[in-house]
Design a protein around this ligand. Structure first.
Ligand SMILES: [Cu+2]
Length: 124
C-alpha cells in the first residue's frame, strides 16, 4: 500500500467529519419565523417603508389587528387614549404583533421609533 493510500485510509473518515461540521448539515441560512395564521375576524395591517399600509381601519369591539412588520428594521406599536393604553415591545423585522381593541372609540395607533406612523382605528 502506498503512503498516500495509507494516510487516506487512516485520516479519511476524520477529514469527512471535519468537512461536514464546517459546512453544516442543513443547506442555506435559517428560515425566517413563519407568519402567524390570520385568525377569524382579524384585520392585517402591514408596516412597510416606515408606514402602515393604510390610514384608517374599522373593526368591531373586541376585534384584533395583526401588525406585520415587512421592513428590514424594528417597529413598535402604542396607543395612548383614555379608553385604551397599550405599549408593545420592539417588533423585529418579519415579526407579527396582535393587538386587541376591547372598547369602542377612535384610537390613534403610533410607533415610538417612527413618529410619522399613524393608523386611525375605528372600533364600533
Ligand atoms: Cu415604526
Amino acid at each position: 500500500m502506498s503512503r498516500a493510500r495509507r494516510l487516506l485510509r487512516q485520516w479519511g473518515p476524520l477529514l469527512l467529519l471535519a468537512a461536514t461540521v464546517r459546512h453544516g448539515w442543513a443547506a442555506g441560512p435559517p428560515a425566517p419565523p413563519p407568519a402567524a395564521a390570520v385568525q377569524p375576524g382579524e384585520v392585517v395591517v402591514t408596516q412597510r417603508n416606515r408606514a402602515f399600509d393604510r390610514r384608517t381601519v374599522q373593526i368591531p369591539a373586541g376585534g384584533t389587528i395583526r401588525f406585520d412588520n415587512q421592513d428590514d428594521f424594528d417597529h413598535q406599536v402604542f396607543v395612548d387614549a383614555p379608553a385604551m393604553s397599550y405599549e408593545s415591545e420592539e417588533q423585529p423585522p418579519g415579526h407579527t404583533l396582535r393587538v386587541a381593541f376591547p372598547h369602542p372609540g377612535q384610537f390613534d395607533v403610533q410607533c415610538r421609533i417612527h413618529p410619522k406612523m399613524h393608523l386611525q382605528v375605528d372600533v364600533k
